[in-house]
Design a protein around this ligand. Structure first.
Ligand code: GTP
Ligand code: MG
Length: 301
C-alpha cells in the first residue's frame, strides 16, 4: 500500500529593501504578522510564518532587505540576517519589483548563483506596470542568466497570481514530516508582535532617517480579562530626536499611540490601553553587542 507522503520546507524570502517581502508573507499566511512600510529597512528580524495546505507545510522566513552599503552596524546585522536565511533554506524566493532589475538586485542574483538550493523568482508589484508585456524582457533576462525553477509576476498587494505562486512553492517542497501543527501560523511572542506594531507606526509617521534610529521596548504587559495594559518605551539614538518623535504638544506620539492601539486591538481582539514615552539611548544603533542583545537580526520565532 502506498503511504501518503508529507512535504515540508523552509522557504526564505530574499530581496532588496522595499520590494514587498513582508507584504507577500502576510498575503501568503493570510494574516498580518510582519510589519510593512514605504520606507526601506522596515524588517529587522527573520520573521517566521507557517502555512499548511493538506500534505504541504510551508515554513516561510521573511528577511530584512539586503543592502548595498553595509557600512553602518545596523545594516551589517540586517544583511547577515538575510544572507543567513539563504544558507538555511530548502527553497528560496527571490523577489524584485516591476519591470526593472537594479544594481542591488544584480548583486543578490550573483550571490544566489553560488547556492544550489532551488529558487523561485517573484516579480512583485505588477499592479503598477502598464502591461504584462512590458515584463517580458525582464523575465527573459532573468531566465537566460539564472537558474530559477520558476519565474512568476505577482501582486502581493492585490493578490494577483498568489495562488499560482503557492502551488509552485508546494510543488518544490522537499519530502519531510511537518514541523508544526496545521493551525499554527506564527510562533512570535506577544511582546515581539506588540513592539513591532508600535515600531510600524513610528516608521510610517516619521521622516526618512529617524525610523532606523528607534526601537521599542515593552515595560509592562498585563493581559487582564477585559483589557490588555501595555507600557512601551520608544528609544531614540540622540537627544535631539526625542522632540521629533513626541511632536508639537505631544501630537506625533499621540498619533503613533492611537494607530498602534487600533491595530493591537484588532490583533488581540480585546481592548488595549497603551502608554508610550520616549527615551534616549545614545548611539544605540552603532553598538553591535547592544543590537544583538535586543534580538535584532536574529530569527524571531
Ligand atoms: N503597488 C504595490 N505595492 C506593494 C506591493 N507589495 C508591497 N507593496 C508596498 O511596498 C512597500 C514595501 O513593502 P514591504 O512589504 O514593507 O517591503 P519589504 O521588502 O518587506 O521591505 P524591507 O522590510 O524594508 O526590506 C509598502 O508600501 C507596500 O505596501 C504590490 O504588490 N503592489
Ligand atoms: Mg520587510
Amino acid at each position: 500500500m502506498n503511504k501518503m507522503r508529507d512535504f515540508c520546507g523552509l522557504v526564505s524570502i530574499i530581496g532588496r529593501p522595499n520590494v514587498g517581502k513582508s507584504t507577500l508573507l502576510n498575503r501568503l499566511i493570510e494574516q498580518k504578522i510582519s510589519i510593512t512600510s514605504r520606507k526601506s529597512q522596515t524588517t529587522r528580524n527573520n520573521i517566521l510564518g507557517i502555512k499548511t495546505k493538506d500534505k504541504h507545510q510551508m515554513v516561510f522566513i521573511d528577511t530584512p532587505g539586503v543592502h548595498i552599503n553595509a557600512s553602518k552596524v545596523m545594516n551589517k546585522v540586517l544583511n547577515q540576517s538575510a544572507l543567513g536565511a539563504i544558507e538555511d533554506a530548502d527553497l528560496i524566493i527571490f523577489m524584485l519589483q516591476r519591470n526593472k532589475i537594479n544594481t542591488l538586485d544584480e548583486l543578490i542574483l550573483e550571490r544566489l548563483k553560488e547556492v544550489n538550493t532551488k529558487k523561485i523568482c517573484v516579480i512583485n508589484k505588477v499592479d503598477q506596470v502598464a502591461s504584462i508585456n512590458s515584463l517580458l524582457p525582464v523575465i527573459e533576462k532573468l531566465r537566460s542568466e539564472n537558474n530559477f525553477a520558476e519565474i512568476i509576476p505577482v501582486s502581493a498587494k492585490t493578490g494577483k497570481n498568489i495562488n499560482e505562486l503557492e502551488n509552485m512553492i508546494c510543488q518544490n517542497l522537499p519530502e519531510n514530516n511537518h514541523l508544526y501543527d496545521s493551525n499554527t501560523k506564527f510562533l512570535a511572542k506577544e511582546s515581539f508582535m506588540i513592539s513591532e506594531i508600535i515600531r510600524e507606526k513610528i516608521i510610517r509617521f516619521l521622516g526618512e532617517e529617524l525610523p532606523h534610529e528607534t526601537y521599542v521596548q515593552l515595560q509592562k504587559l498585563e493581559d487582564k480579562e477585559s483589557i490588555i495594559n501595555i507600557d512601551a518605551e520608544i528609544i531614540v539614538a540622540r537627544e535631539s530626536q526625542k522632540g521629533i518623535v513626541v511632536g508639537k504638544n505631544g501630537s506625533k506620539l499621540k498619533k503613533i499611540g492611537e494607530k498602534a492601539r487600533i491595530d493591537l486591538e484588532k490583533f488581540f481582539d480585546k481592548k488595549v490601553f497603551l502608554k508610550t514615552w520616549v527615551k534616549t539611548k545614545k548611539n544605540w544603533n552603532n553598538d553591535s553587542d547592544f543590537i544583538s542583545s535586543l534580538g535584532i537580526g536574529s530569527l524571531y520565532d
